[in-house]
Design a protein around this ligand. Structure first.
Ligand code: PEP
Ligand code: MN
Length: 347
């Protein structure tokens, strides 16, 4: 249930309402928008059935949230959430590009990728240090050594960093080195992990599970939000379908659907969504046109030699050319793509 308060409601009105709700054994979540204040009630709704909230001073209406997700819902929080990653704003009309290799492989490979994506206009460097691989014999990432290289690349370029956390045992060390913690598709419903992420104050990018419905994905976000961490970014990375021509089916329907249901920013990952480098530019443009708040794109200095996901990785010239298209598209759509900065630090 959410209670909508009139624009002219006073602080005392809000305090009185809040006290009454808490007395009924419910928790309160207040969201102050520009035009109205939304008071969300969390807890067993039987506690408040029939309670005369509309008779409280300042209350405009009472809305019953029909979705199982509450804090992730737009009813609770009508304004789009903007996640501020050390000055890089994700959501609310900004278009953010995260780019870099699937895996951190070597110092040279990462630094070359970082300088290249920065020069092309990306704001965030991606790179996996803990890799979820289908085969236990495949390259599983450099672990903590990879995190340190990401931190070095951040230092050298000024880019922010996003990297995947796979296991609770690495939460502290990943949180120490990264600006955004990525939760991969395979862990989207790792509920103990999600609960722990709710207790920290670090942006989380939650990728959609391989076979997750949009509702399941938003419920996973709810786990993090309900723990008290409100910096959740969603990432559509394709779902499993009967189609075999592409690695996954990039579900761009999810972008407007999530935008309607939720206030959380949505990033589109056309690299995992297609699995094929030559399809990445078209689906990147489509993602932006569909209303995504940003893109996550795999870029490798030499995709043929990549230790993971080479087939879907763009090389540097391909990424530069795509960024030119994204810039043109964002201008046409009136989005704010952060200004490309000239590279000042030499590799
Ligand atoms: C990745 O970003 O490299 C990755 C493993 O993604 P996903 O969890 O979407 O498969
Ligand atoms: Mn990958």
């Amino acid at each position: 249930m959410v209670i909508v308060m009139r624009a002219e409601a006073t602080g005392n009105d809000l305090a009185a309402l809040q006290a009454a709700i808490e007395e009924l054994g419910m928790q309160v979540h207040v969201s102050r928008g520009e035009e109205r204040t939304i008071v969300g009630l969390i807890g067993d709704k039987r506690n408040v059935e029939g309670f005369p909230f509309t008779s409280f001073s300042g209350v405009e209406s009472v809305v019953h949230v029909t979705h199982p997700f509450k804090l992730a819902s737009r009813d609770f929080h009508p304004e789009p959430t903007v996640v501020d990653v050390g000055g890089v704003k994700i959501g609310g009309g900004n278009l953010v590009v995260m780019a870099g290799p699937c895996s951190v492989e070597t110092r040279d490979q990462l630094l070359e990728s970082a300088h290249a994506v920065k020069a092309a206009g990306a704001q965030i460097l991606r790179g996996g240090a803990f890799k979820p691989r289908t085969s236990p014999y495949a390259f599983n990432g450099l672990g903590v050594e990879g995190l340190k290289l990401l931190a070095e690349a951040r230092e050298a370029t000024g880019l922010k960093v996003v990297t995947e956390l796979m296991d609770l045992e690495h939460l502290d060390v990943v949180a120490e080195y990264t600006d955004i913690i990525q939760i991969g598709a395979r862990n989207m419903q790792n509920f103990p992990l999600l609960r722990e992420l709710g207790k920290i104050q670090k942006p989380i990018m939650l990728k959609r599970g391989l076979s997750a419905t949009i509702e399941e994905w938003l419920m996973a976000a709810e786990y993090i939000l309900s723990g008290g961490n409100s910096d959740v970014i969603l990432c559509e990375r394709g779902i499993r379908t009967f189609e075999t021509a592409t690695r996954n089916t990039l579900d761009l329907n999810a972008v407007p659907v999530v935008k309607r249901l939720s206030h959380l920013p949505v990033i589109v990952d056309p690299s995992h969504g297609t699995g094929v480098a030559s399809y990445v530019p078209a689906m990147s443009r489509a993602g932006v046109a569909a209303g995504a708040d940003g893109l996550m794109i795999e870029v490798h200095p030499n995709p043929a030699k990549a230790l993971s996901d080479g087939a879907q990785s763009l090389n540097v010239p391909q990424f530069q050319s795509l960024m030119g298209e994204i810039q043109a598209l964002s201008n046409a759509l009136g989005l704010r793509l952060e200004e490309r900065e000239t590279e000042t630090v030499s590799p």
